[in-house]
Design a protein around this ligand. Structure first.
Ligand code: DGL
Length: 275
């Protein structure tokens, strides 16, 4: 592992900043190179083939820029592309689904786990497989919530209207007597308060961001890949409007610097250098 290089983190948009922020919190000495594919967001109702293509373009770009490890901070991309990305690159590639599943299974309060995510994530059954692999006795209840990403993208994360939409989406899970609920989409932690109100105090909400950051730490520790040097200089790229990314992240309290760089999809389509 090339210690001096940043950790590459990507998402279909700005939601993955929740994961980047957690990595920054846990590993304050490490640099992050964040990529948000806002121009092509959402991924959650696209053909899986297309999501694989986008994810590959982005990781090609990150590798060309120089990163020592890649975090797929998008549940949809993790669900359909992780094994392909792991095979394709010589550096570690970490997804968000296994860490989220691990966090849910390690909760000893009960064995009824709910999972909410995009249509693609839920249709792949990736969370169910990851949970069953860790603990075959768990009961898993999965639900696609396609209305929630547009809500967050529009900047709506709190208030009576948000509560109403969230509650109507989660209705099918209310009768399941869940012990925990995995927020299986980068955007959902931003609706934490509304989701908590809808599910009630007995359901523990699990976001994979923290556990993913711990996994990044484990891998860097294992490979003795710590960055040594001065304060980190995080960099942010988006295929969308850089000012929008900076503003929304600021509103969410995810401290993004103002110098978000714009990158065109054309650049992404350029043939990658051989890695
Ligand atoms: N980042 C996606 C995920 O975590 C949500 C947004 C989208 O649909 O692209 O599944």
């Amino acid at each position: 592992m090339q210690n001096h290089l940043p950790i590459g983190v990507f998402d279909s948009g700005i939601g993955g900043l929740t994961v980047a922020a957690e990595i920054q919190r846990l590993l304050p000495g490490e640099e992050i190179l964040y990529f948000g594919d806002t121009a092509r967001c959402p991924y959650g109702d696209r053909e899986p083939r297309e999501v694989v293509q986008f994810a590959t373009q982005i990781v090609d770009f990150l590798v060309q820029e120089g990163v020592k490890l890649v975090v797929v901070a998008c549940n949809t991309a993790t669900a359909v592309a992780l094994p392909i990305l792991v095979d394709r690159y010589p550096i570690p590639v970490i997804g968000v689904i296994e860490p989220g599943a691990r966090a849910a299974v390690s909760d000893e309060r009960g064995d009824k786990i709910g999972v909410i995510g995009t249509a693609v994530t839920i249709s792949t059954g990736a969370y169910e497989r990851a949970i069953r692999k860790l603990s075959p006795v768990q009961q898993v209840f999965s639900l696609a919530c396609p209305k929630l990403v547009p809500l967050v993208e529009s900047g709506d994360t709190d208030g009576p209207h948000v509560d109403e939409v969230v509650e109507s989406c989660l209705l099918p899970l209310l009768a399941c007597d869940l012990d925990s609920l995995i927020l299986g989409c980068t955007h959902y932690p931003l609706l934490h308060n509304s989701i908590a109100r809808a599910m009630g105090p007995n359901v523990r909400l699990i976001s994979s961001a923290e556990e993913t950051a711990r996994e990044v730490k484990r891998v860097i520790q294992m490979e003795d890949g710590w960055r040594r040097g001065g304060p980190p200089n995080h960099r942010y790229f988006t295929t969308g409007d850089p000012a929008h990314m900076a503003t929304v992240a600021g509103r969410w309290g995810i401290g993004v610097a103002n110098d978000v760089q714009s990158i065109s999809q054309i650049t992404l389509l350029a043939p990658p250098r051989v890695v």
